[in-house]
Design a protein around this ligand. Structure first.
Ligand code: CP
Ligand code: NVA
Length: 303
């Protein structure tokens, strides 16, 4: 039976742990190649731009012996030129795996139902599960996850949703600090809290960013204006005033705290150059770990 990863909740906490153990093991090896996708073809359907996700998925598929075919936003016309059902039905005849970056989460569900092959979410408006795998992997490498505090400051968006659930499942104390109207949604808070209750972690929404960051081991932020929200940019800049991750805010965290950002950053908005480029930043490790986490996920799915 084909197994899709459309949200981080499609993987249990023990499964995330297993995938990340595998990622760490492969990362440590000199030869990182595998054969789990030998003779298989992955279709990468992207409706939004990408640097990290596209490159890391293409490399992951190649490293596992498979072939990746990339379709750019104007080529796909998902839901415009053709329905997700027709795209999925055709892709399922040619390919063994679909990796899709799209707007509406339902497009992923429709592709999975029509194609009969595994579909992996490469970012939707709702979630960014592969980013969360790489983020938790990065936290594991920089001091560990269980019992440590992760504070996310900013928009309760796709990145925040996946991260909160994944980190809570690893036993982290997750705090999310957002202005009114931009908080993490109730369903994600409930799922993260459920996982935290089993792992010894916790989840709190703390509107005051200084209180939220106080003593944190990891401070994380993402753009205030996600892809597709460009028309709201001005209104969002105003709403997020006071939520910038700058040196003054980070000074409230643990002295050894790491700063994380999924990138791309809107420098001078959600984060300053000084912090993003500073000694506490681990953003390039995060970016590199997209490859290791996704390669492990694909190997695990096709084992
Ligand atoms: N972090 C991330 O998903 O980056 P891209 O948009 O460049 O893929
Ligand atoms: N929240 C951002 C993440 C980009 C990787 C967006 O959706 O644009």
């Amino acid at each position: 039976m084909s197994r899709s990863v459309l949200t981080v909740g499609d993987l249990s906490a023990p499964e995330i742990s297993e995938v990340l153990d595998r990622a760490l093991e492969t990362k440590r090896r000199d030869d990182r190649h595998g054969s789990e996708l030998s003779g298989k073809t992955a279709l990468l359907i992207f409706q939004k731009p990408s640097l990290r996700t596209r490159v890391s998925f293409e490399l992951a598929v190649t490293n596992l012996g498979g072939q990746a075919l990339y379709l750019s936003p104007p080529e796909v016309g998902l839901g415009e030129r053709e329905s997700p059902e027709d795209v999925g039905g055709v892709a399922g005849r040619f390919c063994d795996l679909i990796v899709c970056r799209t707007f509406d989460q339902s497009n992923l569900e429709r592709l999975a139902a029509a194609s009969g092959v595994p579909v992996v979410n490469a970012l939707s408006d709702w979630e960014h599960p592969c980013q969360a795998l790489a983020d938790v992997l990065t936290i594991r490498e920089h001091g560990g996850t269980c019992g440590r505090t992760l504070t996310y400051v900013g928009d309760g968006n796709n990145v925040a949703r996946s991260l909160a659930v994944a980190a809570a499942g690893e036993g982290m104390h997750v705090r999310v600090s957002s202005p009114s109207g931009y908080e993490l949604d109730e369903a994600s808070v409930a799922e993260a809290t459920r996982r935290a209750s089993e792992s010894g972690g916790s989840v709190r929404l703390v509107s005051d960013p200084v209180e939220a960051v106080s003593g944190a081991d990891v401070v994380y932020t993402d753009t205030w204006t996600s892809m597709g929200q460009e028309l709201e940019a001005r209104q969002r800049l105003e709403a997020f005033t006071g939520y910038q991750v700058d040196a003054q805010l980070v000074a409230n965290a643990s002295a050894q705290a790491n700063v994380m950002h999924c990138l791309p950053a809107h420098r001078g908005e959600e984060i300053t150059d000084e912090v993003l480029d500073g000694p506490q930043s681990v953003v390039l490790d995060q970016a590199e770990n997209r490859l290791h986490a996704q390669q492990a996920l694909l190997a695990w799915l096709f084992d």
